[in-house]
Design a binder for this molecule. Structure first.
Ligand code: NAD
Ligand code: MG
Length: 385
């Protein structure tokens, strides 16, 4: 039996993880489940899986959680500190699926606790990649990528010859607006942006996919996961989302991982690794897919990608600022306060205005994150919709 904790259990990735675990109750034992404030969903999952502990990050939800769990035997706790304590309870396997910077401290707590951390929270590696990977090394923690592209690369990497890899090619669907004109992009609404053509995901990552900031964050994530130089990572638009990424070797061989666009496939790989487990996911029918298309991303349409590339090359605090400003801009877009094209502009202006020294600890990253949010927040106020 593998003991499992899910941070962000009520979200898209968290729910997919629960789905797999609940199909194999003989193989998994749930230690803790956490959520922001979705008490009903969290309590129902904790009761179904007989979790030891359920945690809501929002302290005002504690009484509601206690009431929902009354008589179930599941302990209820609340607060950001309690989320980190849940991460430290020492499960064999922890899914880190909180969205955004809110996940940084819980990811660090899980990395320090040892065992295996399956990482979906890409923002943790973008903002604090050096600090996070050092913590994994120092505590002997196995860090497994859940993001479908990085999971694909991980599956294609020949661990006996890491220095024989010449290039990593991340595929991108290009999101729902990959064929839009500039004018059309200016008029995109939040409802259009959260409806991804291939994947069903949380709101923030859906908007990130539409701007292609998601692929930019993934370039930085890949840089921290795989031992290549920044210029050895490429992005290609592949609208069918069938090839999830590729690894090119020095001899010219290219290995790819393919599958239906269902996050349960990479999650299952991380859950069973180094073994594999069966999933109910739709089998890939290549004849029905018919063709696989590839194209280069168009620069004017996806300025966020270039911003992320520059942040990766510059290093230091740049990726943390990029990530913080993007979170503020995406939240403002989802609230209808700024237009779609302003997301990248807000990120660019924040990067132009704020240039601190490289952070050397998680606290330093969080201080830069807070400052960058303040700059981005001021910039949001300048946008009148
Ligand atoms: P989501 O919005 O569906 O779920 C987010 C989860 O985090 C929820 O359980 C929520 O309760 C919790 N949460 C939110 N704010 C919190 C806070 N302040 N404190 C504690 N918990 C909080 O998001 P998602 O789509 O599941 O994505 C989760 C992470 O995985 C993101 O970093 C995303 O980039 C990454 N990811 C998602 C997918 C996908 O298919 N959805 C694919 C690859 C990577
Ligand atoms: Mg991805």
């Amino acid at each position: 039996m593998k003991s499992v904790t899910i941070l962000g259990a009520t979200g898209s990735v968290g729910s997919s993880t629960l789905d797999l675990i609940e199909r194999s109750p003989e193989a998994f034992e749930v230690v803790a489940l956490t959520a922001h404030r979705d008490v009903a969903k969290l309590a129902a999952a904790a009761i179904r899986t007989r979790a030891k502990l359920a945690v809501v990050a929002d302290e005002t939800c504690l009484e509601a959680l206690r009431a929902a769990l009354a008589g179930s035997g599941v302990e209820a706790r609340a607060g950001a500190g309690a989320v980190c304590e849940a991460a430290r309870m020492g499960a064999d396997w922890t899914m880190a699926a909180i969205v955004g910077t809110a996940g940084l401290k819980p990811v660090m707590a899980a990395l320090e606790a040892g065992g295996t951390v399956a990482l979906a929270n890409k923002e943790a590696l973008v903002s604090a990649g050096d600090v996070m990977t050092a913590a994994a090394r120092n505590h002997g923690t196995t860090l497994l990528p859940v993001d479908s592209e990085h999971n694909a690369v991980f599956q294609c990497l020949d661990s006996t010859a890491p220095d024989r890899v010449s290039r990593i090619i991340l595929t991108a669907s290009g999101g729902p607006f990959r064929d839009y004109s500039h004018d059309q992009m200016g008029a995109i609404t939040p409802a259009q942006a959260v409806a991804h053509p291939n994947w069903s995901m949380g709101a923030k990552i859906s908007v990130d996919s539409a701007t292609m900031m998601n692929k930019g964050l993934e370039l930085i994530e890949a840089f921290h996961l795989f031992p290549l130089r920044a210029d050895q990572f490429d992005v290609v638009i592949h609208r069918q989302s069938v090839i999830h990424s590729m690894v090119e070797y020095v001899d010219g061989s290219v290995l790819a991982q393919l599958g239906s666009p269902d996050m349960r496939i990479p999650i299952a790989y991380a859950l069973a690794w180094p073994d594999r487990m069966a999933t109910p996911c739709e089998r890939l029918d290549l004849v029905r897919v018919g063709r696989l298309d590839f194209e280069a991303p168009v620069d004017w349409r996806f300025p966020a990608l270039a911003l992320a590339r520059d942040a990766l090359s510059a290093g230091g605090a740049r990726p943390a600022i990029l990530n913080a400003a993007n979170e503020v801009a995406v939240a403002a877009f989802l609230e209808g306060r700024v237009g779609f094209l302003e997301i990248a502009a807000i990120v660019a202006d924040t990067l132009a205005r704020y240039d601190p020294a490289a952070p050397e600890s998680l606290d330093a990253v969080l201080a830069i994150d807070a400052e960058a949010r303040a700059y981005a927040g001021e910039r949001v106020k300048d946008c009148v919709l």
